[in-house]
Design a protein. Structure first.
Ligand code: DC
Length: 236
């Protein structure tokens, strides 16, 4: 059967939100999933968990096979802290939320995410998140690779300075001591690797809406996304 441009009624609606680190896509994705009561895929957290699991298992930082094996069998659970309502990430049953969010895990994630075999090991797991009533998927290749048929694709970006400032604020809030200058360098290094790797590099899908949030508040970005979904008939 020839592929149809129309969304079949049985298809799960998906919003793919991609962009570089600190662009605010995580905040927007979470908020959108909550507003719509849809599922949320934080794909970056999966790569962070692979890096963390590798460090815990004592794997060398260049051990592609070891990390690939871990990615295949990763026991990851995402939920909410019953007391605070904040996010809760478990690795093989152990809470690792704080470690996953450290910039060190972000750097480790960017490294293992450049390996094709690690990416391949996580494809089916990510696609399994596409369930009714809908999915908001946050990452680097949601619109280009994992959900290339998604009816709404957003590429969220912001200037490098603004992104470093946002990440710094976020980490400081979590009592990290990362200096803004060091963080800027790390983010630049991470973006460079994510955008220039051979497999699934960070870039907007040809049919993505690019939103530059440098001069926008989170509320303004959110409203634009709501408006785009409405214009696509994804929600009322
Ligand atoms: O979104 P994040 O900061 O949690 O992502 C951490 C790293 O994981 C990021 O620098 C690149 C990698 N990543 C990826 O390659 N593909 C994705 N879909 C999500 C994240």
């Amino acid at each position: 059967m020839a592929p149809s441009a129309a969304i079949p009624s049985t298809a799960v609606p998906i919003v793919a939100i991609d962009g570089p680190s600190g662009s605010g896509k995580g905040t927007i994705a979470r908020r959108l999933a909550e507003r719509l009561d849809w599922h949320l895929l934080d794909s970056g957290a999966l790569y962070r968990l692979v890096a963390l699991a590798g460090a815990r298992a004592g794997l060398g930082t260049e051990d592609v096979e070891g990390h690939t094996a871990l990615a295949r069998t990763l026991q990851a659970d995402f939920g909410r802290d019953p007391e605070t309502g904040g996010e809760r990430i478990l690795l093989a049953g152990e809470e690792v939320t704080a470690q996953v969010r450290e910039e060190r895990s972000g750097m480790g994630a960017s490294r293992v995410a450049a390996w094709p075999s690690v990416r391949a090991a996580l494809v089916d797991r990510q696609r399994a998140y596409a369930q009714h009533p809908g999915l908001v998927a946050d990452g680097r290749d949601m619109g280009t690779v994992i959900f290339s048929d998604a009816p709404l694709k957003i590429f969220l970006t912001a200037s490098a300075d603004e992104r470093a400032r946002r990440r710094h604020k976020q980490l400081k809030y979590k009592e990290s001591t990362a200096s803004l200058a060091a963080l800027s360098r790390e983010i630049a290094e991470r973006d460079e690797r994510d955008a220039n790797r051979a497999v699934a590099p960070l870039r907007p899908a040809s049919d993505a809406f690019v939103i530059d949030s440098t001069e926008l508040t989170a509320d303004e970005v959110f409203e634009r996304v709501i408006e785009l979904g409405r214009s696509k008939g994804l929600w009322a």
